[in-house]
Design a protein around this ligand. Structure first.
Ligand SMILES: C[S@@+](CC[C@H](N)C(=O)[O-])C[C@H]1O[C@@H](n2cnc3c(N)ncnc32)[C@H](O)[C@@H]1O
Length: 215
């Protein structure tokens, strides 16, 4: 399986994705049971996981990047909160069945092929308890960077590109496809946004979908 190595991105930035949790997660935290179980897939430096850990949730997270996991552990130690963060690949990681009240996929699914995305979603589905929630954010087909991506990447599937030098897959979602990830679920919040991102690197625009839904 070709996978991009995120180490250099993390090593060349003190905090790559900022420390602010996704606003939708903070808005609907009351829907989750007290001390519920949260799994953050592609936890990064833990901006979402730290938010839930501070509130007393039992938080686990996995990431392919050792540096990201290390940084997440340092931040949780500093804040004196518990996060069970480990280096793992979601494609081989076993998600325990019907365990979680919330599974987070924040800006992660874009980096997989449609086939891998559907395998991840099946695992997530099995890992959620009845009435469990899944949060997904991902870039959509209106993302401005697609123009450049098309020049540098090979199109390997519909709206899916692969960069041979970086070993990176990029997949952009249509609205039907994105909502289809959780088609059996009750939608709590869905948004399609076009906005300036000031959280990392030079200011740039993103076009993204975001969904919180309940099993
Ligand atoms: C764009 S970052 C988002 C980080 C975090 N979720 C956030 O929103 O701040 C994508 C993250 O997914 C992780 N990742 C990519 N492929 C992965 C895989 N196969 N298994 C686990 N994590 C992966 C990367 O290492 C990176 O930390």
């Amino acid at each position: 399986m070709n996978q991009y190595n995120w180490e250099e991105d993390y090593k060349s930035n003190d905090i790559l994705w900022g420390l602010k949790p996704n606003e939708v997660l903070t808005r609907y935290v009351k829907l989750l049971p007290d001390n519920g179980k949260v799994l953050d897939i592609g936890i990064g430096e833990g901006r979402n996981a730290l938010f839930f850990a501070k509130l007393g949730f039992e938080v686990e997270g996995i990431d392919l990047s050792q540096t990201a996991v290390q940084r997440c552990k340092e931040l949780s130690n500093k804040l004196d909160v518990q996060i069970n963060a480990s280096v793992n690949d979601i494609l081989s990681f076993d998600i325990s069945s019907e365990k979680y009240d919330l599974i987070i996929l924040s800006n992660v699914l874009n980096f997989f092929t449609p086939d891998a995305i559907s395998k991840i979603i099946n695992k997530v589905n099995a890992g959620l308890r009845k009435n469990g929630h899944v949060y997904i954010s991902a870039f959509n087909i209106d993302e401005a960077s697609i123009k450049n991506i098309k020049k540098k990447y090979e199109e390997i599937d519909e709206n899916t590109y692969f960069n041979h030098n970086k070993n990176m897959n990029l997949h952009y979602f249509t609205e039907t496809e994105f909502k289809g990830l959780v088609s059996e679920y009750e939608i709590i919040s869905f948004s399609n946004s076009y906005s300036l991102d000031l959280s990392h690197g030079k200011p740039h625009y993103h076009s993204s979908f975001e969904i919180l839904s309940r099993k």
